[in-house]
Design a protein around this ligand. Structure first.
Ligand code: NAD
Length: 296
């Protein structure tokens, strides 16, 4: 049976390309540009959600936010058969994730929230980690599809648990990216070679994904958005969304997350200054300006 893939952006397109190697995939995206890129990469595409999901055994969504997931799933649930499995790989808030699980369940549809980690490089290499929330039987049904796009499938608990895990992960990512950017900003000021910073930190106790895999300065480490003029990758606006999700959850649960809160405020002002469409590692440019202002 065919698998419908809705949302063919920076992540969705390379994921769908890997899925096509094993499964019969039909894609859909609202953006004409995204559809053209998908067709150029060999994905069969449809010109409406309804025709993409008609007769699909599984529907996978990879969308920007909870609002788009809610509206797409509401539309899908009118069209698909009861046996259809819904897998939402977008990063969204836990409350919306639970709400859509509930809505799908009322229509007799099984669903898994399965947000991902690994970035666009992980999506292209099919090495993503999927954090799964939902009934164990639904997660097992999703497993073969997820395995064609990723390396690790981690059942995290009931509906929404995948989103909860993703939110914790990305709070660490936002904080660690800023920490790595600060280290390079400091190194520049004190005359320490950037390559030396990478060679030491990437093999020392400061090592982390933001340094080792996604270095925020050009010409250092593996290729990253810094080598492509900070074209995303993972847009700063999406990082702000994720940090806001974790701060909302922390506030509701009375959890102390002061560094998460500070990272959110730095990304908020970065996005407000018009940098939302740049990669989130571009925040190093804003930190360099802060340093100059302080020095002046
Ligand atoms: P993106 O903006 O590149 O892609 C989203 C796509 O969804 C776009 O092509 C857009 O046209 C399409 N879309 C929006 N509304 C739609 C609708 N109603 N119907 C059909 N298509 C619609 O975003 P992305 O970077 O691919 O991220 C997608 C999701 O994955 C987000 O939730 C993000 O937080 C998460 N994520 C991104 C990364 C990353 O590195 N980029 C990593 C992990 C998780």
């Amino acid at each position: 049976m065919k698998t419908a893939f809705i949302g063919l952006g920076n992540m969705g397109l390379p994921m769908a390309v890997n899925l096509t190697k094993t499964f019969d995939v039909i894609g859909f995206d609202l953006s004409e540009k995204a559809l053209l890129s998908a067709v150029a990469q060999g994905i069969r595409c449809s010109n409406s959600i309804a025709s993409a999901v008609n007769g699909a055994g599984t529907v996978i969504t990879m969308l920007p936010d909870g609002k788009s997931v809610k509206s797409v799933l509401a539309e899908i649930s009118q069209t698909v058969e009861q046996e259809t499995l819904i897998i939402d790989c977008s990063t969204i808030d836990i409350a919306t994730a639970r709400e859509v699980h509930d809505d799908m369940s009322k229509r007799g549809l099984q669903m898994v929230d399965a947000p991902v980690s690994g970035g666009t490089a992980g999506a292209a290499a099919a090495t993503l980690t999927f954090m799964c929330g939902g009934e164990p039987s639904a997660i097992e049904r999703a497993r073969p599809l997820l395995e064609s796009m990723g390396k690790r499938i981690v059942p995290c608990g009931p509906a929404g648990a995948g989103q909860a895990a993703k939110m914790c992960n990305n709070m660490i990512l936002g904080v660690s990216m800023i920490a790595v950017c600060e280290a390079f900003t400091l190194a520049d000021k004190i005359g320490l070679d950037r390559q030396a910073v990478f060679d030491v930190v990437s093999t020392s106790s400061g090592s982390c994904w933001s340094m080792n895999t996604y270095c925020p300065v050009p010409g250092i480490g593996p290729k990253s958005p810094a080598d492509n003029d900070y074209k995303p990758g993972f847009a700063a606006a999406l990082m702000l969304k994720d940090l806001t999700l974790s701060q909302d959850a922390a506030q509701a649960a009375h959890a102390a997350t002061p560094l998460g809160a500070h990272a959110q405020s730095l990304y908020k002002s970065f996005v407000e200054q018009g940098h939302g469409a740049e990669d989130f590692s571009a925040i190093i440019k804003a930190l360099a300006v802060v340093k100059r202002e302080r020095a002046a």
